[in-house]
Design a protein around this ligand. Sequence first.
Ligand code: PGA
Length: 266
Amino acid sequence: MSNEPAPNSRKPLISGNWKMNHNHFEAIQTIQKLAYALNPRDYDHVDVSVHPPFTDLRSVQTVLQADEVPVSLGAQNVHMASHGAFTGEIAPPMLAKLNVEYVIVGHSERRELFGETDEVVNQKAKAVLAADMTPIVCVGETLEQRQAGEAESTVSQQISGSLAGLSGDVVAGLVIAYEPIWAIGTGATATPNDAQLMCAHIRSLVRSRWGDSAADSVRIQYGGSVKGGNAPELMAQPDIDGALVGGASLDADEFARIVNFRLYQA
Ligand code: PGA
């Protein structure tokens, strides 16, 4: 008898990455609209997180707490040090104090525009874990890498580097987001089959490096132009355990449709 959970026993996590959008007034409106658009039973089969800009976190936390909304608070980035002379940076314990549960690390925009390497992403992931939060570790290839047949090797390298030094028990509790860069904010989504193939590849990498229980427990999100319309088919794939949603998460009704992808599945 195996103790392994069936692949579909992982609870999907739908995360809204607001990026650099919404001041704190707009953030309050958006989270209130989202809370209204979702009903308590919607959270039975899915976890939900929102990742506002740093300046909105306290306002959104206050609404979530006051209205007892079962949406987790998330951040988009963090520094790896716990405190110190790092002008302009935010430390993991500061986020933890705001009840932040999930922190995105290594988003492709951080990697491409701000020069974050796998080593930096690895340090940030460890710092997030040390503050008792869960990192959402992003990986994904460029269009050039895909066209050159290097998509799998690129993602393999990102996984090895970003998760270096973590134990199987820790990897089991992580969230990995596969986001092909060519699909982010472009309206071009990976086909459900392409997304599934890469997520299965990631899971098999985790299995060979960290073991069965890590591979069966780690949640792997797909990200890149996820919308209400394409979420049901993407989420039906056996190795896709949720979505990291950018543009569509700014609209509370559209994001609620994604959260409720089950209602629209064939
Ligand atoms: P998108 O962004 O949904 O706007 O493509 C996804 C992301 O960058 O996380």
